[in-house]
Design a protein around this ligand. Structure first.
Ligand code: GLA
Ligand code: ZN
Length: 696
């Protein structure tokens, strides 16, 4: 059902455009702070994230608070129509705190306590740290939760990492005890009789360590789950004092791209709004085509949108020009800034925000891109391109709250990702879970078919097609839910290296793919790991029901399967398993399930999914074939579709619109005087926004 979400922040019912702002670095330069306001308005920035690492400026001595500078900034925002996302400062502590209470410092997995420095390195369990956080958050909330400029909370910054101190070890033991209750259950679930690792007392349990335990896979997995739970517990601890003062102010915390350390699916209920920080390496290929990079960013946008069931999200950080931490910091070519900013909007973001507003003068981020450079004025290429994004967002008020209408979902599951990466199996040089997900996703991105990203706990029934690449772990109950989904008419695609272990990383007994065996109608007996450079071939069988034809390369992983009700669509072409099934379909109940037995390349995915897309009736954003590097993605309110046509190549491209009546939403750089358009001519690295009546 199409619906339109309310704005992310009640107080700001518009597209938001802004940046991380650190006025505390400039308190000795009042003229700069004044100039900032003028430049913010000039660049059409209407929101700033303030206070992210400001603890020492807010509490220079224990119990001594200095809020006056922040009062002034926020008051000036309110007077000038600029909104604020107010951050809690826990991402970096004052030195006095580390000195007086060393327990706030994190202990690494090698059991060495960190010295003061850097950021993001506090213990999530330390009672002192938690108390200090409660105090500062309470003060901030009491002073600002009802301030007219403040629209929401930005909790800490890029939560990450683990701590192995005694408090955290105790908390882990508690967590384990709660989960397994008895030692017997724990030992069986962790399979600890292996190498005599059996625990005879809960007190013997210790977190994984490079000089200690790393080989009990189920424990590694539980440690990662614990770290997510601990982080969430800390996050809730941060939010509680804020909500006590004003429960209407939404909270967010900024995620990172493909971050492995936290199961982001678990954050859905704790946060009101999701946000993330995107730093792609544009223009890193020689072929003038950034579509691979663009698809990888799009996938991450889709993850963040899907975590809260499709609710619009925030692009909290991106660089207006370059980073200073990537191997090579390349400038965005003209147009790429607007294109990548509106790409976020196309995938469901209702904001475009940057790190950072103004380049700091010293320390490690002084040369990181910013809206305002050291030159200090608006006469820069970057400032102009940022202003262009601001103008574009002002035209997109109607897009706020609209949805991305996905009918296909791809499972990207953190627990499975952790397990499959740790598994020690057929390809230890790289099992490539993320790359595999990206390869399947890319076909849909190329065609402009909207995709939701889900985990294995999600509701499959709302999708025509569910794709589960490398579903190595199948948690209990999931096999049954997949079976029911297919039986009732759904289409499933899965691949080699699926259905191998349960949620404790214990192998399924009785034949792989374990609980998916019946649904897929196959038995996987062995899997072959291929060295880099080795290839097998798969050959489509004549007249197969999917219309697959020709031969394709298979690399890296080849699964040797037997048919148990499924039908082969293609066979292996070489090696001792030549002639054995390589792609299968099983008609099961009202639905179908496909199994891809080998790791294949793009031409296979293209051909295979062409058949599946046709069969399941999935719709492209715009009918027809897009030129390579060009795509279009849609947001809709059920009445109108907003089609974001994007060109990721360095060449002009033409896209024909044969499937409806389109009008154009004016962008500053585009002549939109033409009323009805039949084709768009796209400049290199450019985006156009078209509007049409919603197409069912
Ligand atoms: C992260 C952080 C920011 C800044 C940027 C630099 O996303 O959240 O504080 O360090 O990286 O790219
Ligand atoms: Zn700790």
């Amino acid at each position: 059902m199409i619906k339109k979400y309310p704005p992310l922040f009640d107080k700001a019912p518009v597209m938001l455009h802004g940046a991380d702002y650190n006025p505390e670095q400039w308190l000795r330069y009042p003229e700069i702070l004044e100039e900032d306001i003028r430049l913010m308005k000039k660049s059409h920035c209407n929101v700033m994230s303030v206070g992210i690492f400001s603890w020492v400026s807010l509490e220079p001595e224990e119990g001594v608070f200095t809020f006056e500078w922040l009062d002034q900034i926020l008051d000036s925002f309110a007077q000038n129509g600029i909104y604020a996302l107010l951050a809690t400062p826990s991402g970096a502590r004052p030195a006095w705190m580390s000195q007086k209470y060393p327990e706030v410092l994190r202990v690494s997995s090698n059991r060495v306590r960190n010295l003061h420095g850097f950021r993001h390195n506090h213990c999530y369990s330390s009672p002192v740290y938690r108390e200090k956080v409660t105090i500062i958050n309470t003060k901030l909330a009491e002073r600002y939760a009802n301030h007219p400029a403040v629209i929401g909370w930005h909790i800490s910054n890029e939560l990450s990492g683990d701590c192995h101190c005694d408090y955290c070890q105790d908390a882990f033991r508690e967590w384990v005890k709660n989960k397994y209750v008895t030692l017997d259950e724990l030992n069986h679930s962790w399979w600890t009789t292996f190498w005599s690792h059996t625990y005879t007392d809960f007190s013997q349990i210790e977190s994984p360590a490079p000089h200690g335990e790393t080989q009990v896979h189920a424990m590694n997995l539980d440690w990662k789950r614990f770290v997510t739970d601990r982080t969430l517990d800390f996050l809730k601890h941060e939010i509680a004092p804020l909500q006590k003062v004003n429960s209407n102010l939404p909270v967010t915390t900024n995620f990172m791209s493909y971050f492995d350390g936290l199961d982001y699916w678990k954050f859905a209920d704790v946060l009101d709004v999701l946000s993330w920080d995107s730093y792609p390496t544009w223009h890193d290929m020689d072929d003038n085509d950034d579509s691979k990079q663009a698809a990888s960013v799009a996938l991450m946008h889709d993850i963040v949108r899907s975590i809260k069931g499709g609710k619009p999200f925030m692009l909290m950080e991106s660089t207006p020009s370059m980073t200073n931490w990537q191997d090579v910091s390349k400038l965005k070519k003209p147009g790429m800034h607007l294109l990548s900013s509106l790409q976020a909007v196309a995938h469901g973001s209702d904001t475009v925000q940057y790190f950072q507003w103004r380049k700091s003068r010293g320390s490690s981020e002084k040369l990181h891109g910013a809206v305002v450079d050291h030159v200090g004025n608006e006469h820069t290429r970057v400032f102009e391109e940022v202003t262009e994004v601001g103008s574009a967002l002002m035209e997109l008020g109607d897009v706020v709250g609209t949805v991305v209408p996905a009918e296909v979902a791809i499972i990207f599951d953190w627990e499975n990702r952790w397990a499959v990466t740790d598994s020690q199996g057929p390809r230890n040089v790289g099992i490539k879970y993320d790359e595999t997900i990206q390869a399947h996703y890319k076909v849909f991105w190329d065609k402009g078919i909207p995709v939701d990203m889900i985990n294995m706990d999600a509701d499959f029934t709302k999708y025509k097609l569910v794709i589960a690449p490398m579903l190595y772990m199948v948690k209990s109950g999931v096999g049954e839910r997949i079976e029911k989904y297919v039986q009732e008419g759904g289409t499933l695609v899965t691949t080699y290296w699926s259905g191998i272990v349960n949620e404790n990383d214990l192998c399924y007994l009785g034949g792989f793919p374990g609980p998916l065996r019946k649904t897929l109608g196959i038995w996987s007996e062995e899997i072959d790991g291929l060295h880099d450079g080795q290839v097998n071939r798969i050959e489509a069988l004549g007249d197969n029901p999917l219309g697959l034809s020709g031969a394709f390369e298979a690399v890296e992983l080849c699964d040797l399967i037997h048919l148990e009700g499924a039908e082969a669509l293609a066979l292996y072409g070489s090696d001792f398993y030549k002639g054995r099934p390589a792609v299968t379909v099983h008609t099961f109940g009202e639905g179908k399930s496909y199994y891809i037995a080998s790791r294949n390349k793009e031409p296979f995915h293209e051909a295979f999914y062409n058949g599946v897309i046709h069969e399941t009736g999935l719709k492209q954003s715009i009918q027809g074939v897009f030129p390579r590097g060009v795509t279009a993605h849609v947001r809709t309110d059920g009445q109108h579709d907003y089609v974001f046509v994007q060109n990721y190549t360095g060449e002009e491209q033409v896209l024909h619109l044969g499937d409806g009546t389109y009008t154009e939403i004016g962008l500053p750089s585009v002549d939109s005087s033409q009323e009805i358009i039949e084709q768009v001519v796209l400049e290199p690295h450019s985006v156009r926004i078209l509007k049409r009546n919603h197409r069912l």
